[in-house]
Design a protein around this ligand. Structure first.
Ligand SMILES: [Fe+2]
Ligand SMILES: [Fe+2]
Length: 347
C-alpha cells in the first residue's frame, strides 16, 4: 500500500500510460458469474418490497410536521455537523433538513429513472440465455418501487425541490444509450449514484438514535435492496472491465474517478437553490465540499468500496491513481471489504 501511495507523488511521465499493465485480473468464470446472478435473482424473489404495501404512509407516526426536530440534519452530514448550521435557529435547521432530505430523495429517484431506462436499453439486445436478463429485470422492478417511494416522500414533505443540477437533467435522455454502447462505463455510473446514497443512508442509520419513522422505513428498505444492486454492478465491472481492449480499459480507468466525482457531487453537494434559499455562506460551502481535511476524509471514505473495485477490475493505473487523488477521492486506503464502516467522521 505504501508503495502505491508514494507513486501518487511521482511526477507524471509518459511511461505511466501503460496500456498493457500485466496485472489484469481474470474475473469470475462463466459458471461462477452465472451462479452469482442466480443467487442475487433468488434473493430478489425472497425479499422485496412494494412502495405502498410495505410502507404505512398514513400511519400517524409517519406524518411529516415542519416543527419536528427529528428533521434536523444529522452530525454525519457535512453541513449538519458544521458549527454554522448548529448556530442557526432550530426552525431554520429543521427547514434546511426537510429541504435537503427531500432533494436527496428527488435526486435518488432521478438517478434510478435513468438506471431503469438504461437497463431496458441493455437487456433489449441481450442473447437468449444471458444470465443478466433475469437479474436486471428484478433490479428494474425494485428501482420502480424506489422511485415511487422517493417521490411519495417528497410529496409528503411538501417542498418543491428539483433534484439534480439542471445540466444533468438536460443530458439525461442520452445517458441510457451509454448502457448499450459502453456498459462498463454505464454500470460505473450506476455505482456513482448508488454508492453515495447507500453510504449516506447507512451512516445516518448507524449514527442516529431516533430517525423520523418515515425516513427510517424508507432507508431500511432501500439499504436492503441496494445491497443486491451494488453487488451486481461490482461483479459486472469486475467481470467485464478486464475483457475490454487495452485502449478502452485505459480510458475506462481514467473515466472511473471522474464519473464517480461528478455524479457523486450531484447527490452529496446541496444545490445552488438550497444555498440561496437558506443563505449558506459560499466559503462554508467550499470548506465543507470538499476543502477541509474532515470533508476530504469523508469523500475518501464514501468511495473506498469503488476504489477497491477499480483495483480489483484492472481499472487502476498510475495515471488514474493520480486522478483519484487529484479529485480528493483517494482516502488512506481502499476498503478491505465492501461496506467496511469508516472511522468516525469528526467535523
Ligand atoms: Fe434504489
Ligand atoms: Fe439501486
Amino acid at each position: 500500500m505504501s508503495a502505491q501511495v508514494s507513486e501518487n507523488h511521482r511526477p507524471f511521465t509518459p511511461e505511466m500510460i501503460d496500456l498493457d499493465a500485466p496485472e489484469i485480473p481474470e474475473g469470475l468464470s462463466d459458471a461462477e458469474y452465472g451462479e452469482v446472478l442466480r443467487r442475487l435473482s433468488q434473493a430478489s424473489v425472497d425479499r422485496h418490497f412494494d412502495a405502498f404495501a410495505d410502507i404505512d404512509w398514513d400511519h400517524p407516526d409517519f406524518a411529516v410536521r415542519h416543527d419536528d426536530p427529528r428533521w434536523v440534519l444529522p452530525e454525519v452530514d457535512p453541513l449538519g455537523g458544521s458549527a454554522w448550521y448548529k448556530s442557526q435557529p432550530l426552525e431554520k435547521q429543521i427547514a434546511m433538513g426537510l429541504w435537503r432530505q427531500a432533494n436527496i430523495f428527488k435526486v435518488g429517484w432521478q438517478f434510478e429513472n435513468i438506471l431503469i431506462r438504461g437497463i431496458m436499453q441493455h437487456v433489449f439486445s441481450l442473447r437468449n440465455g444471458a444470465p443478466e436478463y433475469r437479474y436486471l429485470m428484478h433490479e428494474a422492478t425494485e428501482e420502480c418501487h424506489h422511485t415511487q417511494m422517493f417521490q411519495e416522500a417528497v410529496n409528503r414533505i411538501g417542498i418543491d425541490v428539483s433534484g439534480m443540477p439542471l445540466w444533468i437533467r438536460a443530458i439525461s435522455p442520452a445517458l441510457p444509450l451509454v448502457a448499450n454502447r459502453l456498459p462498463v462505463a454505464f454500470f460505473i455510473g450506476v455505482l456513482a449514484g448508488e454508492e453515495p446514497i447507500d453510504h449516506t443512508q447507512k451512516a445516518i442509520l448507524r449514527s442516529r438514535d431516533e430517525s423520523h419513522p418515515m425516513m427510517g422505513r424508507i432507508m431500511e428498505i432501500h439499504v436492503a435492496e441496494e445491497a443486491r444492486h451494488i453487488s451486481f454492478a461490482h461483479e459486472y465491472v469486475k467481470r467485464n472491465a478486464p475483457r475490454l481492449g487495452p485502449v478502452s480499459r485505459f480510458a475506462a480507468a481514467l473515466a472511473f474517478p471522474v464519473i464517480m466525482r461528478v455524479l457523486g457531487d450531484a447527490i452529496l453537494v446541496p444545490p445552488k437553490e438550497f444555498r440561496r434559499t437558506f443563505g449558506v455562506p459560499d466559503e462554508l460551502m467550499d470548506e465543507l465540499y470538499w476543502d477541509s481535511p474532515a470533508s476530504q476524509k469523508m469523500l475518501g471514505d464514501t468511495f473506498a468500496d469503488v476504489r477497491m473495485l477499480a483495483e480489483e477490475s484492472g481499472l487502476m493505473n498510475p495515471l488514474s491513481r493520480r486522478l483519484w487523488k487529484k479529485l480528493g477521492m483517494w482516502g488512506r486506503r481502499p476498503a478491505r471489504y465492501r461496506s467496511e464502516p469508516p472511522v468516525k467522521f469528526a467535523a
